[in-house]
Design a protein around this ligand. Structure first.
Ligand SMILES: CC(C)(COP(=O)(O)OP(=O)(O)OC[C@H]1O[C@@H](n2cnc3c(N)ncnc32)[C@H](O)[C@@H]1OP(=O)(O)O)[C@@H](O)C(=O)NCCC(=O)NCCS
Length: 174
């Protein structure tokens, strides 16, 4: 368990997979994510098997203090030489959006990434229309460092994708 102020991060279990499939088949959630095809349990089971072998990535379940599993957060493409990793997050239980759980989970994971995993840089990408996520990342200290023009196609048109990052010294100075 990695404990934050209002969330805790735990390992994901095989029993969590039906919950992930429910979240990722919700169009409102998927609107903000790279995935766009309907997802089956079989695909999710395959993904889980790959996770178990992945030395360069780790996904955690986000739970509230009273143990409600509301989302996932992970570090991906961990580059152990350059000490950097890509952060991904989803709160799948929509009634928990905009209540501070995402920023708490991110701060908690950043603390772990910088203090325990000895990472130097954590980065992410976000679609320009995802204002809630951008605000959440800025609150956590991420800075926008680039704009991938028309990198995302969705709802019949192209959207820009923003690149954001935070360095260890910026996180520590907060
Ligand atoms: C993005 C996500 C992880 C953020 O977590 P969260 O718990 O909702 O975020 P927080 O409540 O910590 O912070 C959100 C901030 O945006 C603000 N906000 C909420 N809705 C907003 C909106 N529609 N437009 C702009 N800002 C908004 C909130 O008020 C809050 O800012 P404040 O603390 O200054 O008031 C979560 O909303 C989520 O999983 N969304 C769906 C999937 C997704 O977008 N994943 C990220 C892909 S890059």
């Amino acid at each position: 368990m990695i404990r934050g102020q209002k969330t805790k991060l735990r390992a994901i279990e095989r029993e969590d997979l039906p919950t992930f499939v429910r979240w990722f088949n919700d169009a409102e959630v998927r609107h903000y994510l790279a995935m766009y095809m309907p997802m089956s349990m079989a695909e999710e089971e395959k993904w889980f098997e790959r996770q178990l072998e992945d030395q360069d990535g780790k996904v955690f379940a986000i739970e509230t203090e009273d143990g409600v599993h509301i989302g996932n957060i992970g570090l991906h493409s961990i580059d152990w030489k350059n000490r950097r990793a890509y952060l991904g997050i989803v709160i799948g239980e929509k009634e928990y959006w905009g209540k501070g759980y995402g920023s708490d989970a991110i701060r908690t994971l950043l603390g772990f990434a910088f203090s325990e995993m000895n990472l130097h840089r954590v980065y992410l990408t976000v679609y320009d229309y995802n204002e809630r996520a951008i605000r959440c990342y800025e609150k956590c200290g991420f800075q926008c460092e680039g704009r991938l023009r028309e990198a995302r196609f969705g709802d019949g048109r192209y959207h820009d994708e923003l690149m954001m990052s935070i360095l260890r010294e910026e996180f520590v100075a907060q």
